[in-house]
Structures are given as structure tokens and as C-alpha cells.
Write a new protein. Structure first.
Ligand code: 5AD
Ligand code: SF4
Length: 559
């Protein structure tokens, strides 16, 4: 079996969970698509670019499927959910569709697909495309989604997927598994007018804190020292114990609260409620082996002072916030249904910096953002307002996307995509250039300072160098794998559209000489440094003195 993941960290985690479950059922994985008899694509439809990659991958399989009718092809994730059975008509090569809210059903469907393949090979069940005639190899939320409130009446089986996470101990020198993602919420209730996520991932549900803490403990016992909490609006987390429903001995996830943020503190916090601040404090205190706890992605309006205080007062909580602004124009923020003004956003940034930006004790706060350029009706004036926000916000980096109309969203249906492509391109380049200048300035502030870094693996440069050396010796080696959470290889789309195979080999620590390593500060700045090989560095936290900087990374020396 081969699985390739497109899109965000949430998809990476979904793929990891799915692989663990399938492995436990006896499926084996290969890093080479050509060797696999089952191919799964875990897809993203947040922007057109990510979607195009999936279409082209599927197109590449058409010929092979004719040659090998027994090949099973599955599309998982947001694209499957959005297009549903229409996807099967457009791409007859696909046998199996599973939306992100139904991944717990994958093993059953896959078993069915593999069995049908058996009978198909014997020639009694294939249609003209050599596809199994058995209908129904799909699990999609559709209209009967988990958003309907049926949670109170039926066990949330998707929660079982997270609960059944297979955690393997970190092997000696194993480079990847000291860093892990843990989901705390699923779905989103915000309905920004450009965004497909509320439709593909469904309504927001919050996982019970006990489940989250147990998962963190199991990961820590296995050797994980860095955990990233995941949610589409992660800081909106809130669990009411009094209202918890238990089915079959399992506490069920809870629907997102109906009121939205804007609060300085949760007015109902108390013994019966676990807020996001409480959750972080509990993980910090109850899982001390976790030396770094971070979270993505935050919604600007949901940051109470309680969250900022918890980060300030707990040394193992990272001082890094990823808080998309999307635009600097109040008119466009309104059209996007973002629920805040640019003044409220900058007030939040000032407040966060007042609490957390302490470079004098070696703990600066770093912030990153997302922006959409060319949202319908965007004028030069709106764009200038976005440029002004980027100048003011001083992000360490920002993910900048050209607006892409997404079928099914309000903007797609109601607001014509009227900003010409060349205008989008020009504004995109101008904003990128400005952010690059800001990133250079932020990075330059580190030169001469000492910082603690989490060593994620060999640097991309080093891995490419090694791959070239191996290839020159006649053996091919993939450099697609990256250490979990390592942003270095991102193609500039941040939480958006980096693509990688989940189960390719990650480069092991080298065997002789000096190598270049990649690492991250607790503010998520990328640091590269040279060190002797086999120093057992990967997966550890080390102190580095920064000597040089660029917009994209810092260069330092181990101290
Ligand atoms: N077009 C362009 N960018 C989008 N994003 C989400 N939807 C769209 C869209 N339709 C961006 C937002 C979000 C990030 C994950 O992707 O900036 O924060
Ligand atoms: Fe999409 Fe984020 Fe808005 Fe939710 S908050 S609808 S995930 S952009």
C-alpha cells in the first residue's frame, strides 16, 4: 500500500492514524507508488493548486489501471467529501472515496474493495472501466453530517480513530518520532465565505481533555518531547464536563460552543469547564516529559488573556502564534465573514506581545500569519491596507495565497472572482517582497544571541547533497520525507499545500564527518548548524549561538 498526503498538518495526522490502523490490520506499506497494489491519496481542496496536484496524480494512474485492473485507488479527505460521487464519474480510476469525517470507515471499505478486486480479477464483476460494479464504496458526511447533533445519540466513531492511535517507541537514533501532532478539535464553525473547511470537515467538535492528555502521555512514554496541538481554530477549544455524554464507556467529543470569542477571559470557566488555557496548563503539568508544547492554527478573536498568561507562566509552552489575518481591509474582512476588524486584530497582537515578547530573557514571541490576495472586489486601497498591516505586524513569516474560488462556498456562489489574474499576481509579489524584508529584519535580531533549538533532522540541503551523492553511485534515494513538524521544506503555502509521501524513508543520521542539521527555536525560527555526525542530536534540544541570518533561516554554532 502507498499513501500520499496533500495539504495541512491535520491531513498529515489523519494519514498517520489511518496508516497505524491499517498496519494493525496487517497491511504493509511501500515508499514507491509503482510497487503498491493499493494507492491512497489523502487530499486537500482548500485551494485550487492543492486540488490540481491530486487530479494529475489520479490521471497518471489511468494507464496503469488498464494494465492492472486489480489496482485499488482510494481518494480520502476534503476533495472526496466535496465532490462526492461526481469525482468517481470524472475519474473512473477511483475505486473508493472517504471524507475526512468518515476515516474510521476506511478499513471496512478497503477490505470490501480488495475483496471485490478478487472477484473482478476472476472476471465477474467489472464494468467497462474495469471498475468493480459494487456501488457504495464511499463514506462521506454529506447532509447527514456529524454536524446534525446526532453526537448525543450515537457514539462518535471518528473519535475511536484518534483513540486507537498506534504509538511506537522512538528507536535509538530514530529521527522522526520525537515530535508529534495531537488533535484537540475537529471541524470548524466559522464559515469564512471563501473556505471549504466547514463543509468538508464538518462542524466543530472538541475532544474530551482526558483523551487528549492520555494521548500526550502515551506519546511521551514512547519518547516524544515536542507536541503540536491541532485544530482549525485551536484556541476555541472548550469542554463542558457537566454536559459530557458517555457511550459504551467512552466520553464523546462535544459540539463547539454556540457563543464566539471576543472575550478576554472565558466567563464560564470553572470546575466544570476545561478551557484551552486549562488544557495547556494540564498537559504542561501532567506530562512533564513534553519539553515543547505548541498549537496551530489560532483564530484572532478567541485569544483570552488567560491563554496568554498560561503561555507566559509555563516555560515549556512555546512562544509562537500562527494567527491568520487574511486581509488588512475592514471592508474585505467583513465580506470574508472573519468577525473582527483590523483594529481588533492589531490590538490582539499588541496584547500578545505585551504578555509574551521577552527577548531580554531569551524568549521573544514570534507570530506568523496568512493572507488572501485578490479576494473579490479588492481595490488598490484594500491592498494597501493589507501591506500596512504586514508592515505593522512584524510576522516572522506569512503564508500568502492568491484567492481561489472554491465550489460550495458562499463567495463562490455569491461574489464573482473579479480581480484579474495579473493584478493578483502583482499584488502577491509585492506582498511577498514586503514580508521578505520584514522576515529579514526579524531574523537579523537574533544574530549574536543564544537560543535553545529542537533538532529536527538533517537540513534539506544536506539531504539533497546526500541524495545526489548516492544517485551518483547508481542508487536512487528519496528526499521527500521530512521530520514531523519540520517547516523547512514547505513550499511557501504553510498550512496549505506542501505535498509529501507519508511513508517514505526519512534520511537517517549520517555515518561520518560533519553534517548540516536543521532545528527550530521555540518561536519556530528555523536554525541550521554544522555538527559532527552521529552526535545523537536529532530529537534533542540544544543551545546554539546565532551567527548569521536570512529571511528564511538562521545559521548558528552549537555551544
Ligand atoms: N483561496 C485562497 N486561500 C485560501 N485559504 C483558505 N481558503 C482559500 C481560498 N479559497 C487560505 C487561508 C487559510 C489558509 C489555510 O488557506 O489563508 O488561512
Ligand atoms: Fe476556514 Fe479557518 Fe475560516 Fe474555519 S476559521 S472557515 S478553517 S478559514
Amino acid at each position: 500500500m502507498y499513501i500520499e498526503t496533500f495539504g495541512c498538518q491535520m491531513n498529515e495526522l489523519d494519514s498517520e492514524l489511518v496508516c497505524g490502523q491499517l498496519r494493525a490490520l496487517g497491511y504493509g506499506f511501500t515508499a514507491r507508488r509503482d510497487d503498491a497494489d493499493v494507492i491512497l491519496y489523502n487530499t486537500c481542496s482548500v485551494r485550487e493548486h492543492a486540488e490540481q496536484k491530486v487530479w494529475s496524480r489520479l490521471g497518471e494512474l489511468t494507464e496503469r489501471k488498464v494494465r492492472e485492473p486489480g489496482l485499488v485507488v482510494g481518494v480520502l479527505g476534503c476533495l472526496a467529501e466535496r465532490d462526492g460521487e461526481a469525482l468517481l464519474r470524472r475519474m473512473p480510476v477511483v475505486d473508493l472515496l472517504v471524507g475526512p469525517g468518515e476515516l474510521d470507515k476506511l478499513p471496512g471499505l478497503l477490505d470490501n474493495a480488495v475483496r471485490t478486486r478478487g472477484s473482478m480479477l476472476s472476471g465477474d464483476a467489472a464494468d467497462e472501466h474495469n471498475k468493480p460494479r459494487s456501488a457504495g464504496l464511499s463514506a462521506l458526511q454529506g447532509n447527514t453530517s456529524r454536524r446534525s447533533g446526532t453526537l448525543a445519540a450515537a457514539a462518535d466513531t471518528l473519535e475511536m480513530l484518534d483513540l486507537s492511535r498506534a504509538v511506537s517507541p522512538v528507536e535509538d537514533g530514530g529521527p522522526v518520532s520525537r515530535s508529534a501532532y495531537v488533535r484537540i478539535t475537529r471541524g470548524c464553525n466559522k464559515f469564512c465565505t471563501y473556505c471549504v473547511v466547514p463543509f468538508t470537515r464538518g462542524a466543530e467538535v472538541h475532544r474530551p481533555p482526558e483523551h487528549i492528555i492520555d494521548e500526550c502521555k502515551r506519546l511521551a512514554q514512547a519518547g516524544v518531547i515536542e507536541i503540536t496541538l491541532l485544530g482549525q481554530t485551536v484556541n476555541h477549544y472548550r469542554f463542558e464536563h457537566g454536559a459530557a455524554v458517555t457511550i459504551g464507556g467512552v466520553v464523546q467529543p462535544q459540539k463547539g460552543r454556540s457563543y464566539t470569542g471576543g472575550h478576554r477571559r472565558d466567563p464560564f470557566a470553572g470546575a466544570n469547564v476545561t478551557t484551552f488555557a486549562d488544557l495547556m496548563q494540564r498537559i504542561h503539568d501532567e506530562v512533564p516529559e513534553v519539553r515543547r508544547l505548541r498549537f496551530v492554527t489560532s483564530y484572532p478573536r478567541d485569544f483570552g488573556d488567560d491563554v496568554l498568561e498560561v503561555i507566559r507562566d509555563h516555560p515549556r509552552l512555546c512562544r509562537y502564534l500562527h494567527v491568520p489575518a487574511q486581509s488588512g481591509s475592514n471592508r474585505l474582512l467583513g465580506m470574508m465573514n472573519r468577525g473582527y476588524t483590523v483594529e481588533e486584530y492589531t490590538e490582539f497582537l499588541d496584547r500578545a506581545r505585551a504578555f509574551l515578547d521577552q527577548p531580554e530573557i531569551g524568549r521573544p514571541l514570534e507570530v506568523s500569519g496568512d493572507f488572501i490576495i485578490g479576494f473579490p472586489t479588492e481595490t488598490e486601497e484594500d491592498f494597501e491596507a493589507t501591506m500596512a498591516l504586514v508592515r505593522k505586524a512584524r510576522y516572522k513569516n506569512a503564508f500568502i495565497f492568491k484567492y481561489s474560488p472554491r465550489p460550495g462556498t458562499v463567495a463562490y456562489d455569491k461574489i464573482p472572482d473579479d480581480v484579474p489574474e495579473e493584478v493578483k499576481r502583482r499584488r502577491n509579489s509585492a506582498l511577498l517582497a514586503l514580508q521578505q524584508a520584514v522576515s529579514e529584519e526579524v531574523a537579523a535580531g537574533y544574530v549574536g544571541r543564544e537560543v535553545d533549538v529542537f533538532v529536527t533532522g538533517l537540513s534539506i540541503k544536506e539531504r539533497k547533497r546526500r541524495a545526489r551523492a548516492v544517485a551518483a553511485g547508481g542508487v536512487s534515494l528519496t528526499v521527500k520525507g521530512r521530520s514531523v513538524g519540520e517547516p523547512e521544506e514547505d513550499d511557501g503555502c504553510g498550512s496549505g499545500c506542501s505535498t509529501q509521501a507519508t511513508h517514505v524513508e526519512t534520511a537517517q543520521e549520517p555515518s561520518s564527518g560533519i553534517a548540516q542539521y536543521s532545528a527550530r527555536t521555540d518561536g519556530d525560527m528555523i536554525v541550521v548548524f554544522d555538527a559532527p555526525e552521529h552526535a545523537g542530536l536529532v530529537g534533542s534540544i540544544r543551545r546554539v549561538r546565532i551567527e548569521e541570518s536570512s529571511a528564511f533561516s538562521l545559521r548558528g554554532k552549537l555551544v
